[in-house]
Write a protein that binds this ligand. Structure first.
Ligand SMILES: [Zn+2]
Length: 330
């Protein structure tokens, strides 16, 4: 097992989501680099500030802010960090995110409104009725998500192979679309270290299906292909966006593939001659999940059914905007 360099500090910042804390990583040296930010809530901002303070830094000292992907728990405080630096009369920090997730950061409000419409649409197409999700409306979700982030001006796009300087040496951008289209891992070959964002996590699976409205390919298939992109780095230490570091990369990739295969066969087992909605099937696969996890469950379940349909193991039919799934052999 390789030791993580002393110049890398994991700052655990709370989020209001079921996933718990997000790991933001500070890298000492020049340029002073922060990877990911936490949501724009007072609690997250205070804890990030306190974490930096404990290391002798202020928010405004950050020179380079790299966002592993455009999800709110990773980008919410980016605008605040940029402003803090300007408040000291220093040039803005370099804020960097993959080109495919640029819009999420640079036009947060516009993107969030579109997203929440997609969330409302997937609830409808999955057959969720108002009594299944009391109080959950597009308006409520929009209000909630808009409060947790804001647009950042002057964001710079990253693409596969870009190399960034940091206090521990070069960080190379590995593009791993799936969890979001613009997800990246940052590879630090010098220390055999990978900052993986949410592409791979230790004891929970990253949702591979949330970009259902962004791409025509089944997002879970994109994700599984991107998982394989990590395999050449077996033996590296993985510093993920949530939970603890991963030291057994190949083993973890295998585990995740098995888990998605198991969910796929579980989804197939639920199918019969009678039509079932995505929502009904999601309750069989994921159990009694709470409202916070509903979109995650519906999006992933939709992917499972689309994969089964592609393999000829399921039949999907849309009636008045609602998708119904059947077995094929009845
Ligand atoms: Zn994420």
């Amino acid at each position: 097992m390789l030791a993580t360099p002393a110049a890398v500090h994991a700052l655990r910042v709370p989020t209001p989501f079921a996933v718990g804390d997000v790991n933001c990583y500070l890298i000492d040296g020049h340029p002073l680099t922060l990877i990911d930010t936490g949501t724009k809530t007072e609690e997250s901002a205070a804890i990030l500030r306190a974490g930096l303070d404990g290391l002798g830094y202020r928010l405004g000292d950050i020179e380079q802010l790299i966002l592993t992907h455009g999800h709110i728990d990773h980008i919410g405080l980016a605008a605040e960090i940029a402003r803090s630096r300007e408040a000291f009369g220093k040039p803005r920090p370099n804020v960097l995110v993959h080109a495919e997730d640029m819009v999420r950061v640079a036009q947060y409000e516009t993107f969030t409104k579109q997203r929440m419409k997609s969330y409302a649409d997937i609830m409808h197409s999955s057959g969720v009725s108002p009594k299944d999700a009391p109080g959950v409306t597009e308006r409520m979700m929009t209000h909630y998500f808009l409060s947790m982030g804001e647009s950042v001006s002057d964001v710079r796009p990253l693409v596969e192979g870009d190399v960034l300087e940091s206090g521990i040496g070069q960080l190379r951008v590995l593009w791993v679309p799936g969890h979001s289209q613009g997800s990246i891992c940052l590879v630090n070959e010098e220390n055999r270290l990978i900052f993986s964002g949410d592409h791979i996590l230790g004891d929970i699976s990253s949702n591979p299906s949330l970009d259902f409205d962004v791409t025509t390919e089944i997002p879970m298939l994109t994700y599984l292909r991107s998982l394989d992109k990590l395999l050449p780095f077996d033996g590296s230490t993985i510093l993920p966006g949530h939970r603890k570091p991963i030291f057994n990369l190949k083993h973890r990739v295998d585990e995740l593939k098995e888990e998605y295969a198991r969910k796929l066969s579980l989804a197939e087992d639920t199918l019969g001659p009678k039509p079932k909605t995505v929502y009904e099937i999601s309750r069989v696969i994921y159990g009694n999940y709470d409202m916070d996890s509903m979109i995650l469950a519906l999006a992933e379940c939709t992917d499972l059914l689309r994969i089964l349909e592609q393999k000829g193991h399921a039949r999907l039919e849309t009636v008045e905007g609602v998708v119904y799934a059947y077995s094929v052999d009845d």
